[in-house]
Design a protein around this ligand. Sequence first.
Ligand SMILES: Nc1nc2c(c(=O)[nH]1)N[C@H]1C(S)=C(S)[C@@H](COP(=O)(O)O)O[C@H]1N2
Ligand SMILES: [Mo]
Length: 303
Amino acid sequence: MPRRSPTSGRKPWEKWSEVTPHSVWLDRRALMAGGAAMMLAPAARAAPRDLVPNSRKDITTYNNFYEFGFDKGDPARYAGRLTTDPWSVRIDGLVERPGSWPLDDVLKGMPLDEHITRLRCVEAWSMVIPWIGFPLAELLRRAGPRPGAKYVAFETLLRPEEMPGQRRRSIDWPYREGLRLDEAMHPLTLLATGLYGAALPNQNGAPLRLVVPWKYGFKSIKSIVRITLTDTQPVTTWPALQPTEYGFYANVNPRVDHPRWSQATERVIGAGLFAPRVPTEMFNGYAEEVASLYAGMDLRTFY
Ligand SMILES: Nc1nc2c(c(=O)[nH]1)N[C@H]1C(S)=C(S)[C@@H](COP(=O)(O)O)O[C@H]1N2
Ligand SMILES: [Mo]
């Protein structure tokens, strides 16, 4: 079983320094079921379905990160060149304490923990990823949302010299995302700095990326440099590009199909060539935790 390492003299994401091989997870899960490993228990509650993480290889070689190309293998091939240190994050808009901070200062005091979550891409494939991260709410509380704040907007780094995909103008760079403030404050909404007990690989959005487990994967914006609190719904990359195909909310919903394909089932990455597709769950299996956020909304149209 992996041991918790001393944190002194280490980068925050190295708190969980032992890389945990896939097989060890099964043992750890059995232990947690027995209540013997509370110290290691993931803070994010498990979705109803079995949460055995995908292999590190699956997670780091099958990616969407269009700044590095459209092919699933492009991010692993090209993102290594991205300079992620130094890195700073600007927090502005409707906050009491706006400013720009080096990443180390952003992470100072944040409760880094392991969170095993499902990721369901709008393209109808899925994986399970053992993140290292902390609730976005912690950082927002530190910044102090002002009374008028209703939404949170996020921006990815704009650096075409290191991001070859940004030299194509097919997308209005930088990649942008957004959440309603209550979604952003929900304890399942994370900022991740690592996975599998090590620093986040560049292809997964180093050094800081969003994780919103109940929404389609495109909401989980990578390599964040700016977080802005606003009073109006922010313009976000995919709905701006294809408003008939993608919406701002993008909650996983097996009953609302994409105009060009069904969302009722998904292909589980790593399950093998002949594995059957599995049913997609409402809110990606997190309905119990998040459905109340959408009380009264027509979920057939708010996709
Ligand atoms: N900046 C940025 N963030 C992004 C993307 C992207 O192209 N650029 N792709 C999104 C999509 S479509 C998905 S499914 C997830 C994939 O995350 P992963 O590669 O870590 O599995 O990242 C999301 N975040
Ligand atoms: Mo995606």
